[in-house]
Structures are given as structure tokens and as C-alpha cells.
Design a protein around this ligand. Structure first.
Ligand code: GDD
Ligand code: MN
Length: 381
């Protein structure tokens, strides 16, 4: 048994003696307070994996309980190497932990699985064998193909959420998720060579989604599995994790500048809603429509700012304080309005355009300028 800190684990001099043979598998198991599960997990892995496949197990642990100690004890009975990477700083949550494990893995194949026995270890050899047989770089254990089921997803509410999340992800990434019926699964095998850990930016639970979208494995296969009940303890997922998932989706979807600009446009369009609502309320209160519109417009700007911050530039907020960003953002938004009229006049007067096409062009120009300005003046250092 070895307990290591990040960095040591990847050091070949430490690990050379234990590097598994070709075709072997590294099981990466993220754990957060799973002391009641890890012993049974290692027992079931022992029962079903080493006889068919050389293996090692890497736990990536963010626990505040005695999970690492329980693993250390249980590891003494295991006929394969077991290590625990305890993270001092649990960045990226579950997904961040898995990426840390992918970095530390030494085998040709990596299988990612939960530590609470909802993912049956007996399926591990079949996941790898399917990859070897089909030449796939990624093999997903799916609840949504014939022979699979989500028995362990307690309650209609969780089933509905899981269904909705799957649908949303598949509609946002039709190409990257082609052939993956269960992109929310946390149980999969991947060839280590297909993983470029440095491009991954994990955020929360959906590490398979992250991997499929950013690494684009060349061929994908699926194996059905029955999502079991938890062995002990409770799920670590919370409502906050749901919000994190939406941010994760937005981050993945807006990785390119063009996609980011589209997102910026959609958020801008959604700003009409609070704008109109504000106008309705303020004029209802007896305010003249001109000041009412000016105020209501600021409401739209605030709405846009919040969404842009949360969904588009979340990772680029550190360069300025929030009130500095808000001020610059509002300035750009209002400059947009002020710039539009002279621009239309210019297009009509100088270029001889019709009023309608001049307005359309001015809208496009100010939009692109505002987007570029927001990138450069609000979110760059
Ligand atoms: N290191 C680390 N850090 N591990 C974590 C963290 C974290 O912040 N959060 C959770 N884990 C570990 C848990 O200890 C467990 O071993 C595994 O990740 C899954 O966590 P659960 O809390 O049991 O997740 P779940 O059962 O609600 O969700 C599972 O099923 C979903 C499908 O319905 C996960 O596999 C999801 O990825 C999957 O989408
Ligand atoms: Mn679970």
C-alpha cells in the first residue's frame, strides 16, 4: 500500500515496480466520505478483476472522514497495488478528482467508477474486453440500452432529472455524444492514450461528458449495466451540483469564440424579458415611459451581466473586481445604444443604404463591437 500526495504518484521511480502489464487496467475511484463502502468495494474488485485482468486501484480522495485509513487497512488483503491520492484542495469536485486519477494511471486502460458500489466491479473486465474487441477508445457502461437499468436511481424525481439532463446534453452536443446513450454515466473505460488530461476542465459530476466533448475519442462502444443501490451512506450530490452542471454545459458549449458570441447574443436577446417587465411595472406605477424605459433598460443590462458572468466568463472573472466589471459592462451596453443612431445615419447618408438595412447592419456592428469590447475590456487582464 502506498499513500501519496499529488506528484509523487506519477513519479516512475516510485511506481516502476508496480506498473501493470500491457492490456492492464487502472481503476480510478473518486471518494468523498465513503468509509462504509471502500472495504466492500475492494473485496468485490478482488473477486472479479485480477483473475481476468492485471489491475491497480487508485483512489482519489477528498474525504473529511477516515476513508483513507480504511482503504489503507483493506488494501493489505488485496492482490494488486492500491494507492490513495488525498487531495489537499478538492478543486473541480468529483470531475477534478477523476482527472487527477487519470493523470496518475499507468495502465493501457482506465476504468472510472464510483466508490459506493452503484457500479458493479464485476463489469470491469467486460468493459475492457469490449474495447479490445471493437477497437473503441471509450466504452460506456449505460443504463439506457437493452439489458441496462437505473434500479438504484431512487425516486421519480431523480429519474426525471437524469432523463432531462441526458436529453439536454445530447441536444447540445449531438456529434460528440453520438453513440453514447448515457452521457451522465460515471462508469466507463477509456484508453489512456485517448485522454489528453491537459485539455480537461472538469466541473462537478459529469466527467464522462467532459471527456467525450473535449477529447473526442475516436470510437465509442457501450455495455449495458444495472445501476445498483448504494451499499452504505448517502449520495454526495446536492441541488448546487445541478447548477454546476448547467455551468459545465455552458462552458463546454462556448469553448470557441464563435460559440461564445452566439451565447452572448442569446443572453442579450433574453434581456428583453426583464426589460419589458420593468417597463410594464414602472409605467404601471405612473412613470413617464421615457425614464421608465431608461430604468427598465438597466434591468435588462443587469440581467445580461449576471448571465454572462455565470455562463460565459466564469473562469475569467479574477482579473477585476465585480463592481469594476459591472461598471464596464454597463458602460459598453449603454455606449451600444448611443452609438447606434449615428451609425445608422452614417450608413444612410454616406453609403446610401435604406433605413431598414442600415438599422439591421448597425445592430450587427454594435453587437459584434459590444461582444469584442466585453471580451477585451471586461474580462481580459
Ligand atoms: N474525490 C471526490 N470529490 N469524490 C467525490 C466527490 C468529490 O467532491 N463528490 C462525490 N464523490 C464520489 C463519491 O464518494 C462516490 O464515490 C462517487 O463520487 C459518486 O458520488 P455519489 O454522491 O454517490 O453520486 P451519485 O450516486 O449521486 O451519482 C452517480 O450517478 C450518476 C448517475 O445517476 C455518479 O456516478 C454521477 O457521475 C452519475 O451521473
Ligand atoms: Mn452514488
Amino acid at each position: 500500500f502506498e499513500s501519496t500526495v499529488p506528484g509523487e504518484l506519477g513519479d516512475p521511480s516510485v511506481r516502476a515496480a508496480e506498473v501493470p502489464e500491457p492490456g492492464a487496467v487502472t481503476l480510478v475511484v473518486p471518494t468523498f466520505n465513503e468509509s462504509g463502502n471502500v472495504r466492500e468495494l475492494l473485496r468485490r474488485i478482488t473477486d472479479s478483476v485480477p483473475a481476468r485482468l492485471p489491475c491497480e486501484v487508485v483512489f482519489v480522495d477528498d474525504s473529511t472522514d477516515d476513508t483513507p485509513q480504511v482503504i489503507a487497512e483493506a488494501a493489505q488483503d488485496c492482490p494488486f497495488p492500491v494507492s490513495v491520492l488525498h487531495r489537499a484542495e478538492p478543486a473541480g469536485g468529483l470531475g477534478g478528482a477523476v482527472v487527477e486519477g487519470l493523470r496518475a494511471a499507468t495502465s493501457d486502460w482506465v476504468v472510472v467508477m464510483d466508490g459506493d458500489l452503484q457500479h458493479p466491479p464485476s463489469l470491469v473486465p467486460e468493459l475492457v474486453a469490449t474495447g479490445e474487441r471493437t477497437g473503441a477508445e471509450l466504452v460506456v457502461a449505460s443504463r439506457y440500452i437493452a439489458g441496462g437499468s437505473r434500479a438504484g436511481l431512487a425516486g421519480g424525481y431523480r429519474v426525471a432529472v437524469s432523463r432531462g439532463a441526458t436529453w439536454l446534453a445530447k441536444s447540445l452536443f449531438p456529434r460528440a455524444l453520438r453513440g453514447i446513450s448515457d452521457p451522465m454515466s460515471g462508469f466507463f473505460a477509456v484508453r489512456r492514450g485517448a485522454v489528453a488530461a491537459e485539455v480537461l476542465q472538469p466541473l462537478g459530476y459529469k466527467i464522462l461528458l467532459e471527456l467525450a466533448v473535449r477529447c473526442r475519442p475516436r470510437r465509442v462502444a457501450e455495455v449495458p449495466f444495472v445501476f445498483q443501490d448504494r451499499f452504505a451512506g448517502e449520495s454526495k450530490s446536492t441541488a448546487r451540483e445541478g447548477l454546476r452542471f448547467l455551468r459545465h454545459l455552458a462552458g463546454l458549449r462556448t469553448a470557441s469564440p464563435l460559440a461564445r458570441m452566439t451565447g452572448f447574443g442569446l443572453i442579450g436577446a433574453s434581456g428583453f424579458l426583464p426589460n419589458l417587465l420593468g417597463l410594464y411595472v414602472l409605467t404601471g406605477l405612473g412613470l413617464h415611459y421615457v425614464p421608465a424605459e431608461i430604468l427598465a433598460n438597466q434591468l435588462g443590462v443587469a440581467w445580461n451581466f449576471l448571465l454572462v458572468e455565470q455562463l460565459l466568463f466564469r473562469d475569467r472573472r479574477r482579473h477585476r473586481r465585480w463592481w469594476d466589471r459591472a461598471g464596464r459592462f454597463a458602460l459598453l451596453a449603454n455606449a451600444d445604444l448611443v452609438l447606434r443612431i449615428p451609425l445608422i445615419a452614417l450608413f444612410v447618408g454616406r453609403l446610401g443604404m435604406g433605413a431598414l438595412s442600415a438599422t439591421a447592419l448597425a445592430l450587427v456592428v454594435t453587437f459584434v463591437l459590444r461582444f469584442a469590447g466585453t471580451e477585451a475590456l471586461v474580462y481580459l487582464p
